[in-house]
Design a protein around this ligand. Structure first.
Ligand SMILES: [Zn+2]
Length: 286
């Protein structure tokens, strides 16, 4: 199977984006797999340190490999917002395809220093994603906008990518983790200028809640990977609430979770369509 880098390069060349969908439970994992299979789309499964701790890294790797064979799809695993070096090391050794190191709150010099260290750990075994600028917010449905993070400084991009030897760059261009009623919107001019400064694969975090047109515009401006988490979590919660509301006596997990799974699958399919990653590999030789 072709590595993740192949698909990121292809996306960059052809102007589409690979979705990263986070999970921490099996029904969400399977829903993402079903959607990817149906859409014939490469897909990245994301786990934060918390999600990986809950699900288990080895279990995630085992299932990734199982679904690669079972469904014949290019599916990859990314450690999302990694911050702990020994945890990152464990993810690389376990066989994760990509590592995102979130050093965004550190001074740039320290961020670069740690990324260089992680590059040596990761070597060429996985894609390394760094972050410049702070994205801010927290996954979830929220009423009030949090304090905005610091947007990615265009003038710092070139040196940051070169010195840290990263493959991918998470940019802060106006999205915030979580879903808010009045999101400030994406600074497309900034994004285009960042793209002019680097060939690194540009990553849009906090893709949940961003309007379809803005996502398409972001892809046209150079984004090749988009992270989605809050929207799936919200479907999960609403699905369970509804199941219990409909039948307070319900206690069969497979009944409560049936709609959750179906609706997450639908949402992932919808995102894949917007990202235009549909039909981007040909069976069986992807
Ligand atoms: Zn993120």
């Amino acid at each position: 199977m072709k590595p993740l880098k192949f698909y990121l390069k292809k996306a960059q060349k052809q102007g589409w984006a690979i979705g990263q969908f986070n999970f921490s439970t099996i029904e969400v994992f399977e829903a993402i797999m079903e959607a990817a299979k149906k859409s014939k789309s490469p897909v990245i499964l994301g786990t934060s340190e918390g999600e990986a701790n809950f699900f288990g890294m080895e279990q995630a790797i085992f299932l990734r490999d199982y679904y690669r064979k079972k469904f014949n799809i290019p599916v990859f695993l990314n450690l999302d917002h990694g911050s702990n070096l020994s945890y990152i090391k464990k993810a690389v050794e376990s066989g994760y395809d990509a590592i995102h190191f979130d050093g965004s709150k550190l001074p740039i010099k320290k961020n670069i220093e740690l990324l260089k260290k992680i590059r040596r750990i990761v070597n060429s075994k996985a894609i390394l994603e760094g972050e410049l600028g702070t994205i801010g917010g927290n996954s979830g449905l929220r009423k009030n906008l949090p304090k905005m993070g610091k947007l990615t400084e265009i003038s710092a991009v070139k040196d940051f990518v070169k010195q840290s030897k990263i493959d991918s760059l998470a940019v802060s261009v106006g999205t915030i983790h979580g879903i808010y009623p009045n999101e400030p919107g994406i600074d497309f001019e900034r994004l285009k200028k960042i793209r002019q400064k680097t060939n690194a694969f540009l990553v849009l975090h906090a893709g949940s809640g961003v309007a379809e047109n803005d996502i398409k515009k972001a892809i046209n401006s150079g984004i090749v990977k988009i992270n989605i988490n809050s929207e799936l979590r919200l479907i999960w919660r609403k699905g369970l609430e509804k199941a219990f509301k409909n039948n307070l006596e319900e206690f069969k997990p497979y009944s409560c979770l049936a709609d959750v799974k179906k609706n997450i699958e639908k949402k992932v399919e919808e995102k894949i369509k917007i990202f235009n990653s549909k039909n981007k590999f040909t069976l069986p030789n992807f």
